[in-house]
Design a protein around this ligand. Structure first.
Ligand code: 3EB
Length: 368
């Protein structure tokens, strides 16, 4: 254990992990067992079952696209705090906290329940947990959704549904992503979370199976929520994208006394509220980079003197709809941002059908 005063203060950070086996842990590097939580992509690593008994760990059943750093078939994003307490359970949520931040995971995989109800359930449970534990500030959510584009009969409680129609086949259908937005917002409403003031950074991606995988990061200090002047705030998208606009902010900046963490939401080729460059993955990538750069600039405006984030130094997670596009996306990123990038490519469905690529970014300032 490091005993310097700055390390004694609870401090959120993250790191990438390629494996969980103890042999790979060193005294310098924080071990996964000290993590607040873990999000794993691709093939589950050896030691997964043990990890799940120690920290909230979510395996997202989406494949990595090689090559990438380490070339492992699986890759984890490990969230670190300071000496987090034991793994706890609350209404199916597995969580861990350290006095400053709380990380939780929940997977709902009951095919009898529609996605609107699942989203409502997941966010309701999360808000109950945050209220109970005092980590009242929601910073970031991750949403991975089976068959995100599929049409599904709306919930009996949805606007326009006939509440007396018990048989789902008598109800109208709505795309699952749009149902997700209804359920998510209903939870924000139920817990009196006024969305422009509290919508967290987020991502919402589709996958072939796996139900609904939900992870979240919350804390005791309020996030600085950022928007992108080039883009309509997602919570103000017009109704052509669905009856309920998505409840997320473009980024959350966590200003800790000695250390800032920037959490940029999934970002795509959207200007205003419209998808741009339909059918052109390279142009979509460049537009996405412009959006990310603007969000980074917004974050830098809010940082104390002397501190800067640089897009090319952030961890970038790139979701591509078609794995064969990954090389073109990587080329564009390297041309625009340089060759020393921290990239990870994942095959996933971006939540508007015409979007081919979405990039999320996370960074931490070096001080502290
Ligand atoms: C967009 O900008 C692309 O519904 O939580 C990105 C990040 C997107 C989060 C969400 C959706 C979400 O609208 C899609």
């Amino acid at each position: 254990m490091n005993n310097t005063p700055s390390s004694a203060a609870p401090k959120l950070a993250f790191t990438q992990v390629h494996r969980l086996e103890p042999a790979q842990e060193s005294a310098q590097k924080p071990t996964w067992a000290q993590g607040l939580g873990l999000i794993w992509f691709g093939q589950k690593p050896a030691g997964w079952a043990e990890a799940q008994t120690i920290l909230p760990a979510m395996a997202v059943p989406l494949p990595l696209i090689l090559p990438h750093a380490g070339d492992a078939a699986g890759l984890g994003e490990l969230w670190l705090g300071h000496a987090p307490g034991a793994l706890q359970m609350f209404e199916g949520i597995r969580f861990r906290c350290d006095g400053h931040s709380l990380f939780g995971v929940l997977t709902l995989d009951d095919s009898a329940t529609g996605l609107q109800d699942q989203a409502r359930t997941a966010y309701d449970r999360m808000f109950r947990l945050l209220a109970k534990t005092g980590y009242s500030q929601l910073w970031r959510t991750w949403n991975f959704i089976e068959a995100i584009h599929a049409q599904e009969p709306v919930s009996a409680t949805a606007p326009g549904a006939n509440p007396t129609a018990d048989n789902p086949s008598e109800r109208p259908t709505l795309e699952r992503y749009r149902q997700f937005n209804l359920g998510r917002q209903a939870a924000f409403d139920a817990f009196a979370q006024s969305v422009p003031q509290t919508a967290p950074a987020a991502c919402a991606l589709g996958m072939p199976d796996g139900g609904y995988c939900f992870a979240f990061l919350a804390g005791k200090i309020p996030p600085i929520l950022l928007e992108n002047p080039r883009q309509t705030s997602a919570y103000h998208y017009p109704a052509i994208y669905g009856p309920q606009s998505p409840s997320f902010s473009r980024a959350a900046l966590i200003l800790q006394p000695t250390h800032a963490v920037l959490l940029i939401s999934g970002t795509a080729s959207i200007v205003g509220h419209e998808s741009r460059h339909v059918g052109n993955v390279r142009a979509q990538t460049r537009e996405t980079i412009t959006n990310l750069s603007e969000i980074v600039a917004q974050a830098n405006d809010r940082l104390p003197e002397g501190e800067r984030f640089t897009l090319s130094k952030l961890h970038l997670r790139v979701y591509v709809r078609h794995p064969e596009d990954a090389d073109a996306v990587r080329r564009e990123l390297r041309v625009c941002l340089g060759k020393q990038l921290n990239l990870c490519f994942i095959k996933a469905d971006v939540c508007r059908q015409e979007l081919l690529v979405e990039i999320e970014a996370s960074g931490q300032s070096l001080c502290g």
